[in-house]
Design a protein around this ligand. Structure first.
Ligand SMILES: *Cc1c(COP(=O)(O)O)cnc(C)c1O
Length: 367
């Protein structure tokens, strides 16, 4: 039994005809840049997320970049974020000439630890960028108490909720990705910025098209950060299925939790991910084990794909060496980087798939 990390062919099988129709429609009307497909998608996804404004952009990375630009983040500014994330979270801060200030994560959720943020704030701090890692909301309410603008990196968490409400509605701006491995993926790169603030929304829209308003007049310097009409058309077909897919992921995660608990392994050898909020959408199901690398090898040789998110925290990346962080500075993230392993949890995996993965994992860890 071969098990991949994701099965996009199985995901698209029920909507293949609708996807072809969407492609044909775009080919016929020929409005490839913004236009009716992007407008219609933005309306649908704004309603789904629960914000009055949603702006389609070219990727999750560009969503973060343009959101920080909308807050005028630039040279001399500091932005507080987590070191335990995909590179783009820290990279975008640096690209704008600002300094990423990395604060460690909580042991259970792997999300930015709000109790550590206070001491990292200086008069230069311009924003806080929490990541809703693996599909579970960070504690944005606690972060908001510091009174700084919050940019939510919700790239892995479209549809997730905290006790307060849906991610992407909790801060000043929300950033999403439609990279194919996210819970809602397009056929390439795509992203989204959400906000409750009309002025910020207008700023993001202008920045998305070279800062142009009206056309060919530029009061600010923006970029080409547009979502393709073709990707928007594909996302319009897939969005109505997203909640069903989330249910499939939650069901798989709950079965993993139950079967691993029944196996009764010591916690050093296996820890399952805590579900802190009911509204977890399990973009990844990430276990921890002190035999991570050997377990990954064993699973690979058994035909089960896994992934390591992330093997080296951002504060220890070569490109950030001049920030002066040392090993040991952010110990929770550093330990996590050595112990985490993401198991397949995609909706089509199903009960037989989960049982097979659990048997293989537990068999190895007992041996
Ligand atoms: C995927 C991801 C991004 C970047 O999204 P792209 O669409 O790949 O540019 C940013 N942050 C996090 C946490 C991600 O998982």
């Amino acid at each position: 039994m071969k098990i991949p990390m994701l099965d996009v062919a199985a995901q698209h099988a029920p909507v293949e005809d609708a996807l072809r129709e969407a492609f044909d429609r775009v080919m016929k009307h020929g409005q490839f840049i913004l236009g009716p497909e992007v407008d219609a998608f933005e309306k649908a996804i704004a309603a789904y997320v629960g914000t009055p404004h949603a702006i389609g952009v070219s990727s999750g990375t560009d969503a973060l970049l343009v959101a920080l630009m909308a807050l005028d983040v630039g040279p001399g500014d500091e932005v507080i974020t987590t070191p335990f994330s995909f590179f783009a979270t820290g990279g975008c801060i640096s690209r704008l000439g600002a300094k990423p200030v990395f604060v460690d994560v909580e042991e259970g959720s792997f999300n930015l630890d709000p109790t550590l943020v206070g001491t990292a704030i200086t008069e230069r701090t311009k924003a806080i960028v929490p990541v809703h890692l693996f599909g579970q909301s960070a504690d944005v309410a606690a972060l908001r108490a510091h009174g700084l603008p919050i940019v939510e990196d919700a790239a892995q968490a479209l549809g997730a909720r905290s006790d307060e409400g849906p991610v992407g509605t909790l801060g000043a701006l929300g950033c999403f990705s439609f990279f194919p491995s996210k819970n809602l993926g397009c056929f390439g790169d795509g992203g989204l910025v959400t906000t409750n603030d009309a002025a910020l929304a207008e700023k993001v829209r202008i920045l998305r098209a070279h800062g142009s308003k009206p056309k060919y007049f530029h009061a600010v310097v923006g970029g080409n950060f547009r979502l393709d009409a073709l990707q928007a058309a594909i996302l319009r077909v897939k969005l109505p299925l997203l909640d069903r897919w989330h249910e499939g992921r939650r069901k798989n995660a709950a079965l993993y939790d139950r079967l691993f608990a029944e196996a009764g392994l010591p916690s050093a050898s296996l820890r399952t991910p805590p579900r802190i909020y009911e509204g977890h959408v399990y973009n990844q199901y990430v276990i921890r084990t002190d035999r991570r690398d050997a377990l990954q090898k064993h699973l690979e040789s058994s035909g089960i794909a896994t992934a390591i998110y992330y093997p080296l925290p951002l504060h220890l990346q070569g490109c950030f060496a001049e920030l002066g962080y040392r090993e040991g500075d952010l110990p929770v993230s550093e330990r996590a980087a050595k112990e985490v392993l993401a198991l397949p949890v995609y909706p089509e995996l199903g009960e037989a798939g989960v049982r097979h993965v659990v048997e293989t994992v537990v068999g190895f860890l007992r041996g």
